[in-house]
Write a protein that binds this ligand. Structure first.
Ligand SMILES: Nc1ncnc2c1ncn2[C@@H]1O[C@H](COP(=O)(O)OP(=O)(O)OP(=O)(O)O)[C@@H](O)[C@H]1O
Length: 271
């Protein structure tokens, strides 16, 4: 008979509880580009249905870390990663993992809006089609409308769905890229400086959208803007020279950071 002590039962329950709140977890993640080490043993937990901001001076490893979360670093020949990364407690570097499927579960939006040279409709419909998520035209129409609506773009484009995506404004193109990412129902969306090519009005619209998306998705955003990190995120992780300096509630990072490096960075003393 296997009788667990009350303490053991409680410990297991609290671990399960914790797992429910943690979408992704990195343990001891180091990254090398050839001989050069870019990340040093990073341990970080990404909370579910929240926005986590990655901040730190240029070259500190924010994008490198983010690319570990959907194995985008696999596409760089010289890049080697050690350590563990899990998605819902599942090892994403397990050889049995289908990387194409992983990147559908952990989608990405890039710095520069990069719509395909196709219509607005086709930009959004492409992913669901290749992943077999839609069976016919009606289902495709539905997924396109739903994704564009969630990205806050449908009203603006509903009469020109068959015009090229590249004909939209920069802010609209970025929302189209977000709609494209959402269309395959990802669990996590990685955003690498998604507003850096946008004007302040388009930035505000995208920030508002990020805020809304967190209800349904887990979001990780790299940003150089302290104001943006403070506005959109609930947790913030500060990197410096390939190390994770500290990670905490965003309010705490911006009002009462533990580490002097964070204090210096957020007050503009370097970076
Ligand atoms: N493909 C690559 N090949 C070689 N070195 C790279 C590559 N990508 C990044 N690095 C190096 O790894 C380190 C971390 O770069 P990374 O782009 O992750 O930093 P970052 O914090 O995102 O910087 P930024 O804010 O300027 O975008 C830097 O020293 C960079 O030069």
């Amino acid at each position: 008979m296997n009788i667990m002590s009350d303490a053991a039962v409680e410990a297991r329950l609290s671990t399960q509880e914790e797992e429910r709140d943690i979408k992704m977890r990195a343990r001891g993640v180091s990254v090398f580009y050839g001989q050069k080490q870019a990340l040093f043993g990073v341990d970080l937990e990404i909370p579910r249905h929240a926005v986590m901001a990655l901040i730190g001076p240029s070259g500190c490893g924010k994008s490198t870390f983010m690319r570990c979360l959907n194995r985008m670093n696999d596409t760089i020949d010289s890049c080697r990663i050690v350590g563990d990364v899990t998605l819902d407690a599942e090892d994403i570097y397990d050889p049995a993992i289908d990387v194409v499927e992983l990147r559908a579960r952990v989608g990405m939006v890039f710095q520069k809006p990069n719509p395909f040279p196709k219509s607005i409709y086709e930009n959004v419909a492409y992913g669901p089609r290749i992943h077999g998520l839609v069976r016919n035209r009606q289902e495709t129409d539905e997924v396109v409308e739903r994704s564009l609506t969630r990205a806050g773009l449908f009203k603006e484009v509903k009469d020109r769905l068959h015009e090229p995506g590249t004909g939209l404004s920069g802010g609209q193109q970025q929302r189209l890229c977000i709609a494209r990412a959402i269309a395959v129902s990802p669990e996590v969306i990685l955003m690498d400086e998604p507003c850096s090519a946008l004007d302040p009005i388009a930035t505000a619209t995208v920030e508002e959208l990020i805020h809304e998306l967190r209800e349904n998705f887990t979001i990780v955003i790299v940003t150089h803007s302290m104001q943006q990190a403070a506005r959109v995120s609930q947790r913030t992780a500060m990197f410096h020279l390939g190390n994770l300096v500290e990670e905490a509630d965003t309010d705490k990072i911006f009002t009462n950071p533990e580490d002097p490096l964070t204090q210096d960075y957020i007050t503009g003393r370097f970076g």
